[in-house]
Design a protein around this ligand. Structure first.
Ligand code: TNX
Length: 534
């Protein structure tokens, strides 16, 4: 992978000025083109505020590490992934050729003041995603059993650096990092967010920005809701009208858009480079008007309905009587998307179907499970699929009271996305200018203060695969809107998904989250300034 700037960061004058102040330079001398030759002394680090809270952390503030332009990043193994992660870290630390640390693979000697990345396959205690981070006066060192762990160790180290590291301004850079010993691994393997790019399309650059923000909080799944009544967003070469016609609208009218196969493959790779698995969803047999408007033969009367740009749900359903066409369509879609999705999962939606009988719906879900399996993917569906007769490999995504307990008893894993806690498209309160409130208002405390392990009666923690926060986009037309609803609540959910149960409480979390605010400002995140953050 080419070294990437982790975020397309905005370079406002305010940002430059703030960076100068954090670094202790004199305002108003912030001129990005003419940096002062001698770096100003680095300030003492503020109390570190890590989110999500690591499983175990001990700070030694007196044992401060100073990161300056002499630092190298020493990758202690020849592993290509480890070197790539080293470059990613270098891209966060530096902004110019002189401030970006060199990345050396297996150097003969590691000078003091360097950062070491070490893959240690014997560290079974760290699991697939855990890491150990040691920072002292001499050096910083991240050890992990697997590359994902190194990446998460890098994110923690990033949060130990001052927020000014997030600015792209070409100012001299020297950072102090507090001494620390952290041993960390996640509570749940599935830590995700969902973007509804069907109701309102989001271009690839917006999705990449969102991916970067997920990575900062150690989230590892991005579920893309790629089709709904209002739009079909991914190119399917064997059914070209899906995007040609079905991709041409969105809520509110014209506009729309879709990902070509190349766009999608690029997103898959971008996410993968940040240890995020893309999970594609094609919602069926309902929420599918965009496809039915594109192909008359998917309709029982053979007539294509008009494109739909409103926000009602439940009115569309594939024609199960035309069974050879309908299932061929599904087989083609699963095969073509599956072919460019290296991740193990395919999400079939399955929610809110009002046009079929119970038996028809059940028969449909069971048949589609076979198709998804035949294409080598694990099927995921919304809670409605739980009562069907499905293999234990099928994953159920819980969003409202459902039969998850039946599915769990059958061996299925459950992804928690309860609307009342985790729906990022719910308003914070009655004054929030965008969002819905059918599941209630969700303030920061409500999003944070609950236990996923005991949330569904009859479903033990061992059956919970993890958490995923959906962001439906009926009312959300820009990436700024996405950020406004996701921040800060998504960060609360990231901690719920990563940190051990009862590791900290609400007050402690709030204080640490406050410490993230300067970072969001530096990254240009349009966060909601929640009263509970102040
Ligand atoms: C319910 S959650 C839906 C979506 C809507 C969302 C709005 C789910 C599986 N279905 O179709 O967009 O509510 O909050």
């Amino acid at each position: 992978m080419t070294p990437v700037r982790p975020i397309n960061r905005r370079r406002s004058h305010g940002a430059l000025l703030a960076a100068a102040l954090v670094l202790g330079a004199c305002a108003p001398a912030a001129r990005p083109t003419a940096p002062t030759p001698t770096p100003p002394p680095a300030r003492r680090p503020a109390a570190p505020s890590l989110v999500p809270m690591p499983a175990s952390v001990r700070f030694a503030p007196a044992d401060t590490f100073t990161l300056d332009t002499t630092a190298i990043i020493a990758v202690m193994s020849a592993d290509g992934e480890a070197v790539r992660i080293g470059r990613y870290l270098a891209g966060i630390v530096g902004t110019t050729a002189t401030t970006t640390p060199r990345v050396l693979s297996r150097p003969d000697a590691v000078p003091p003041g360097s950062i070491e990345l070490a893959l240690e396959p014997g560290r079974a205690d760290l699991g697939d995603e855990g890491y150990e981070l040691t920072v002292d006066r001499q050096r910083a060192r991240i050890a992990a059993r697997a590359p994902a762990g190194l990446f998460y160790g890098v994110q923690t180290f990033r949060q130990l650096m001052p927020a000014s590291v997030e600015y792209t301004a070409a100012l001299p850079r020297a950072f102090r990092v507090p001494g620390a010993h952290i041993v960390d691994r996640p509570r749940f393997p599935w830590r995700g967010a969902m973007l509804d790019v069907a109701r309102h399309f989001r271009p690839p650059a917006d999705v990449k920005r969102f991916i970067d923000l997920l990575a900062l909080y150690k989230l590892n799944r991005l579920h893309l809701h790629l089709a709904d009544d209002q739009g079909w967003r991914i190119e399917i070469p064997s059914w070209p009208n899906l995007t040609k016609i079905g991709g041409s609208t969105q809520v509110g009218g014209l506009g729309g858009g879709f990902y070509t196969r190349a766009d999608y493959a690029d997103l898959v790779q971008y996410a993968r480079d940040r240890f995020i698995t893309l999970v594609p969803e094609i919602d069926m047999p309902g929420h599918i008007n965009a496809a039915m408007a594109s192909y008359p033969e998917l309709n029982c009367d053979g007539v294509a309905p008009p494109l739909y740009t409103g926000t009602r749900v439940g009115f569309s359903a594939l024609c199960l009587a035309r069974d050879s066409i309908t299932y061929r369509f599904i087989d083609d879609v699963v095969r073509e998307i599956g072919g460019i999705t290296p991740g193990d999962y395919f999400h079939i939606g399955g929610d809110e179907v009002e046009k079929l009988t119970h038996e028809q719906y059940r028969g449909f879900v069971e048949r589609v499970a076979g198709i998804v399996q035949a294409h080598g993917k694990r099927m995921i569906g919304w809670g409605e699929i739980a009562p069907a007769n499905l293999p234990g490999s099928v994953i159920v995504q819980h969003w409202r009271p459902d039969s998850s307990a039946i599915a769990a008893a059958r061996g299925s894993k459950i992804i928690l996305s309860p609307g009342k806690k985790m729906y990022l498209d719910m308003q914070y309160d009655g004054d929030t200018p965008i969002g819905l409130h059918w599941a209630g208002f969700i303030d920061l405390k409500l999003a944070y203060d609950w236990d996923p392990g005991s949330y569904i009666a009859g479903v033990p923690e061992s059956a919970i695969l993890g958490l995923e926060a959906p962001l439906w986009s009926e009312t959300i037309g820009t990436i700024s809107d996405v950020e406004y609803l996701a921040f800060p609540r998504l960060v609360a959910i990231a901690e719920r998904a990563w940190s051990p149960a009862n590791r900290t409480g609400w007050d402690d979390f709030r204080a640490r989250l406050r410490g993230q605010v300067p970072r969001w400002k530096a990254l240009g995140v349009n966060y909601y300034d929640a009263p509970q953050l102040r």
